[in-house]
Design a protein. Structure first.
Length: 170
């Protein structure tokens, strides 16, 4: 028997029971991406033969990062709200920058809103993003430079040898 502690095999998310989204004027388009369930999503696209809507190739025939970008480029458009859980999971730093450009173009259109759960200092650095920290059982707005993700990455990049010595010492 396989235990599904994290709900990766679930076809629905309990999230819907706890949130109510509203946006005026009413928006009827959007997308919920959970990185852990993307494989199942790609399999569904294959099963229904909807490749054309995602760049004309099976998402399974692309690298993980390419398939995420195909989704972002081909499915994200128009007036919509996008809920994205760790979209950086499949993206290299360069691809994260490409994703930021896609996101930015959609935001500039004035018709799209994004709510993103991320650990990526690159995605967190999107200009004028409102960042909420969920640490220590509280939810609070936080500046980019105060996030752990920024601070740890910045420290590592500026002090790589010292950092590695500290964490790898016996």
């Amino acid at each position: 028997m396989v235990c599904d502690y994290y709900g990766v095999h679930a076809t629905e998310s309990a999230l819907g029971e706890y949130i109510r989204l509203s946006w005026l004027p009413k928006v009827t388009n959007g997308f919920f991406l959970r990185a852990e369930s993307f494989y199942h999503f790609a399999s569904h696209i294959d099963a229904v033969g909807a490749h054309d809507a995602y760049g004309g190739r099976s998402l399974h025939q692309q690298s993980h990062g390419e398939s995420f970008l195909s989704l972002f480029l081909n499915r994200f458009n128009g007036k919509a709200i996008y809920l994205l859980d760790e979209p950086e999971a499949a993206l290299s730093p360069q691809r994260q920058l490409t994703f930021l450009k896609i996101l930015h173009d959609l935001v500039l259109s004035g018709d799209s809103q994004f709510i993103i759960a991320t650990h990526s200092p690159i995605l967190l650095g999107y200009p004028n993003a409102t960042i909420f920290s969920f640490d220590n059982d509280t939810i609070k707005e936080i500046d980019y430079e105060m996030t752990d993700h920024y601070q740890i990455t910045s420290y590592y990049l500026q002090n790589r040898e010292k950092f590695l010595r500290e964490i790898l010492s016996d």
